[in-house]
Design a protein around this ligand. Structure first.
Ligand code: PEP
Ligand code: MN
Length: 361
């Protein structure tokens, strides 16, 4: 698929700095004191981009909705006194016009805004000609094209300094996360738009402090650009998202504990060893393809037979037997049940598709 984004012109590398990029700051700017103290500590740690919510999109009315324009002079003070770049969320054109009066550097579009093309278009129109970096959070629903659509709207408005923020997806059901990560979506975004930096927002994925480290490490292992993370001088007293915020000190400990692996291998010995393993994987993948081909050919034969004898394609008992047998084997082979279930479901679906075609020829 072709996108309306001039990939070659995408460039926010100078604004972001070196990988891993860390953007940190409180969920909300609450007071001048809270903003200055938090920013001061983060600056000492070498963080150069400060995030803070000014207008907060809350799920239900009645919760703290941000300090609004009153917070903008505090953020400008951080910029002037500490030399940090300031990032805030904007959801309406008026937010942008207000923020520009206070030299805000970076705008991000929140998950509840990305979801609505009308809102995104209004923001893109208001941003026309701006040279500021614009970050776009994933929409709350797992819709990659909707996320890419937001980048296209901004790109059409002439915005070049774009980056994505992966903050997880709404999920109705039991999960330990506030928003499930569904890593395959940002991975696919990277495959389609390789020049677009992607920051991971562990705070809104996890919703709780004890999961932050693992999600941050996963982001590093997947070679994403960096982290967009909440930090508050006194999280227990935070007016929003208190369970997921870290003190700057705890953030520093967490960041120091992350293992940053190399993305490119130039060492000859490492490269040879890797190549040796990759060769083995390639051979096994060849075998897998041969086996899949053979399996589908037999499925087609069964389809033909069912057609001639007027038997339905799908037989529940047979399907249960297949899944049951393979799930039991999964444990013995140290494969997760979830993985084996997915693989066999996909094979079975393809098999049904082929048989359906034969039935209706
Ligand atoms: C935030 O970053 O504080 C925020 C409101 O995030 P999201 O849009 O991801 O919910
Ligand atoms: Mn928040």
């Amino acid at each position: 698929m072709e996108y309306e984004i001039e990939l070659e012109k995408l460039d926010c590398t100078q604004e972001l700095g070196e990988k891993p990029v860390i953007v940190a700051g409180p969920c909300s700017a609450e007071s001048e004191k809270q903003v200055m103290e938090t920013a001061g500590k983060l600056k000492e740690m070498g963080i150069t981009i400060f995030r803070a919510g000014v207008w907060k999109p809350r799920t239900r009315p009645g919760s703290f909705e941000g300090m609004g324009s009153k917070a903008l002079p505090w953020l400008r003070k951080v910029k002037k006194e500490l030399g940090m770049k300031i990032a805030i969320e904007v959801a309406q054109p008026t937010h942008i016009f207000e923020a520009l009066k206070y030299d805000i550097d970076i705008f991000w579009i929140g998950a509840r805004t990305t979801v609505n093309p009308f809102f995104v278009q209004d923001l893109a129109d208001a941003m026309k000609g701006l040279n500021n970096p614009i970050f776009v959070k994933n929409p709350v629903n797992p819709d990659l094209n909707l996320w890419i659509g937001a980048f296209e709207r901004l790109s059409r408005a002439g915005i070049r300094k774009l980056a994505a923020i992966h903050r997880g997806f709404s999920y109705f059901g039991p999960t330990k996360f506030r928003n499930v990560p569904q890593w395959e979506i940002p991975i696919e975004l990277h495959r389609r738009l390789p020049k677009l930096p992607i920051l991971t927002d562990p705070s809104h994925i996890c919703g709780r402090r004890d999961l932050l480290k693992d999600i941050s490490q996963e982001a590093m292992d997947l070679n994403f650009t960096g982290l967009f993370i909440e930090s508050h001088i006194n999280p227990d007293e935070a007016l929003s998202d208190k369970e997921q915020q870290l003190t700057p000190d705890d953030l520093e400990i967490m960041l120091d504990s992350l293992i940053i692996r190399q993305a490119e291998v130039d060492d000859k010995h490492l490269m040879n060893t890797l190549q040796h393993y990759r060769k083995q994987i390639d051979l096994l993948d060849d075998e897998l393809m041969d086996v899949l081909e053979k399996r589908m050919k037999i499925s087609e034969k069964i389809g033909q037979y069912k057609k001639e004898n007027n038997i339905t394609i799908f037989q529940n008992t047979r399907w249960n037997e297949i899944v049951g047998k393979r799930l039991k084997q999964a444990m013995e082979k140290d494969l997760s049940e979830e993985f084996v279930d997915k693989v066999f479901r996909a094979i079975h679906q393809e098999s049904i598709k082929k048989q359906n075609k034969i039935m209706n020829e």
